[in-house]
Design a binder for this molecule. Structure first.
Ligand SMILES: [Fe+2]
Length: 470
């Protein structure tokens, strides 16, 4: 049996278009629409292998649910990084933790033009009707959700070309917010606002000497929350491209984690405070209650989780993958006082999802769905799906021998009465069969409703979303 770590971090076998996947179980009638997912399609694009989970060249996946059946298609994101890898058999752009093999001459040429990848691999967004593959370099790739063909480049912020953005924009009705980081002689964090058919607008700008690696931000009805972990970079080393992108960052816990709170209507910085050092990829939800600003995150004591995603460490199986802690923070946005923090649930989790469409910025939300690591196992990658109950602190778990699930996207039952009346959709790598399946879980009790088998392994991916219409 080939190890899941090998088949999940290798090479996608084929680009497929399948009208009907073999399905066990019966899908609820209300599950109709399209799940679009993004993630790596290959870690071996040529003679030089990629080194890190966040390096793979982007591949889009599409599952369409109609009349109780599931169709499937996958396609490499058509971008320059992919065409050059295909044509030249080598890496042409800098990925998250892998650089092309540079000569000294190449390095000199690259100054102030670092050649960050355009392989936007991390998430999918529907931004004012356009479907966009989202990556951390600020150029994003629009694609056709029917054919998965690329349409063109989409930029959040014309001023931060070649710099970075989060792949987790927030939406409030028709307005989309995102956070970009500009590196330069004067570096800055820049919150941007996208309104339909309007030019992108700058909401807030915060100058910073050593920007942090920031993967997401929080948004409540009145505030934007910037959590600046002490995992920071000298901007010159990004501009001069001394090392692969993430390897320029340094952990400086003595700085603590700085928290900046902006009024999102006026853009004004209303509070700046500092708390204990921690690292995180994901904010979960943020809301306000009786004047307090409350936000939930998946946090780690340090950025070792980034090192844990180097493929040689995953394959070596020497260390268990660190599990993220679901932690709630509280502060008074209008006054003094410390930041209070509490652990919400004991399970180690990552890639958190909740009922965003109904409960974003709403403090009544109770359930978070995520992947996690089974404490009883030695696995160096995610091997279970976790439903965390924020009221009781208890968790429900789905796991199966030799199975490695991906992000469990939550889809609410439109006629449901309870928050967890719905299904979770997760692509699971099945080590024993050397293939993957799309698992449909009942979100209430975490029992299996159905599974649709894909005739090849799907590499371990990142994020996606379900759309009733595309
Ligand atoms: Fe993410």
């Amino acid at each position: 049996m080939r190890k899941a770590y090998d088949i999940g971090f290798g090479q996608s076998e084929q680009e497929l278009v399948i009208d009907e996947l073999p399905l066990s179980g019966t899908l609820p009638k209300w599950v109709e629409g399209t799940l679009l997912r993004n993630g790596p399609g290959t870690f071996n694009p040529g003679e030089q292998d990629l080194r890190h989970w966040f390096d793979g060249l982007a591949m889009l996946h599409k599952f369409t649910f109609r009349d109780g059946k599931v169709s499937y298609a996958n396609k490499f994101l058509q971008c320059d990084a992919y065409s050059q890898a295909k044509e030249q058999g080598k890496i042409a752009y800098s990925e998250f933790a892998t650089d092309p093999c540079y000569t000294l001459f190449d390095r000199v040429k690259e100054v102030f033009s670092p050649g960050f990848t355009d392989s936007a691999k991390v998430n999918i967004g529907k931004l004012h009707g356009q479907f966009v593959a989202l990556g951390e370099p600020s150029l994003q790739v629009e694609f056709d959700p029917e054919t998965l063909e690329s349409v063109g480049v989409f930029a959040y912020d014309d001023k931060v070309k070649n710099h970075v953005t989060t792949v987790h924009p927030h939406a409030d009705r028709d307005t989309i917010f995102n956070l970009t980081t500009r590196f330069g002689r004067v570096s800055s964090y820049r919150f941007m606002k996208l309104e339909k058919e309007q030019p992108h607008q700058l909401v807030s700008r915060q100058k910073v000497k050593q920007p942090a690696y920031i993967h997401s931000f929080g948004m409540s009805p009145n505030y934007l929350i910037l959590t600046e972990y002490p995992f920071v970079v000298n901007p010159l080393s990004i501009l001069f491209h001394a090392k692969p992108f993430i390897e320029n960052y340094r952990w400086k816990p003595e700085r603590g984690t700085r928290i900046f709170i902006f009024n999102r209507h006026t853009g004004e910085l209303v509070k700046q405070t500092v708390t204990d050092p921690f690292f995180a990829f994901h904010h979960v939800n943020a809301f306000e209650r009786q004047g307090e600003l409350i936000f939930d995150m998946v946090v780690y004591p340090d950025p070792d989780i980034i090192d844990a995603f180097y493929l040689d460490r995953i394959r070596a199986e020497e260390k268990k993958l660190p599990g993220g802690e679901l932690r709630r923070f509280r502060l008074d946005p209008g006054g003094g006082g410390e930041v209070a923090a509490e652990t919400l649930c004991d399970e180690g989790v990552e890639l958190p999802r909740f009922d965003y469409d109904s409960l974003n910025m709403d403090g009544s939300y109770r359930y978070v769905y995520s992947i996690g690591v089974d404490r009883a196992k030695k696995n160096s990658f995610y091997d279970q799906i976790v439903k965390s109950d924020l009221q009781t602190g208890k968790a429900k778990i789905w796991k199966e021998e030799n199975s490695f699930p991906g992000e469990p996207v939550f889809l609410p039952n439109p006629d449901g009465k309870k928050e967890d009346d719905g299904v979770n959709l997760s692509i699971v790598l099945d080590e024993a069969n050397g293939s993957s399946f799309l698992l449909v879980l009942d979100s209430s009790d975490f029992s299996e409703i159905a599974r649709a088998t894909i005739p090849q392994p799907v590499l371990f991916g990142y994020h996606g979303s379900f759309y009733k219409t595309i």
